[in-house]
Design a protein around this ligand. Structure first.
Ligand code: SF4
Length: 165
């Protein structure tokens, strides 16, 4: 199976590894579910309303500016609820830029919480990201998904019927 690594996989990996497999294998969640994970759940989180997306290869972010000598890419989020997932998603985009010879740092903006967080790709973070990418590929290549394990995201996940019926 050809795997086109995206920031969305990185994001889901940090939420639920089983979801990575389900998405990669085009298993759609219950479309009648009010909490449909690919719709409302993400929609509430991503703050895209009138923003234009900036695309760079398989990276998509919504803010790009220059700060002195450095390029800054950013994402605006409605809440910091999925902070770690967002951080690694943005780190993945910074890594893609780095591989293209562009040095960048990132910022996550949470306007409703009046917070922002700087995201820097350190050697340690890059190593973690590489392990994550390898693990995502291993998960996707498996014949079956990782077993369902209850986590705090399950109550709002449209896959819950599929996982726990
Ligand atoms: S219901 Fe829970 S275990 Fe199943 S995909 Fe959703 S978050 Fe993962």
């Amino acid at each position: 199976m050809d795997i086109y690594m995206t920031g969305v996989y990185i994001w889901y990996y940090n939420i639920c590894k089983r979801q990575v497999w389900l998405m990669a294998h085009s298993i759609l969640p219950d479309e009648n579910d009010d909490n449909i994970v690919l719709g409302r759940f993400l929609h509430e989180y991503y703050y895209r309303k009138d923003q234009k997306e900036i695309k760079f290869g398989n990276a998509v972010f919504d803010i790009l500016y220059q700060d002195k000598d450095e390029i800054v890419i950013g994402e605006t989020k409605k809440s910091s609820r999925f902070k770690e997932a967002s951080r690694y998603q943005l780190l993945f985009y910074i890594k893609l830029l780095k591989e293209a010879g562009i040095s960048a740092k990132g910022v996550l903006f949470y306007p409703e919480e009046r917070k922002k967080e700087e995201v820097v790709l350190t050697a340690e973070e890059e190593e973690k990201l590489e392990k994550m990418i390898a693990d995502i590929e291993t998960i996707i290549e498996k014949e079956s998904p990782p077993p369902a394990a209850t986590c705090r995201y399950c109550p709002k996940c449209a896959y819950r019927e599929y996982c726990f019926a």
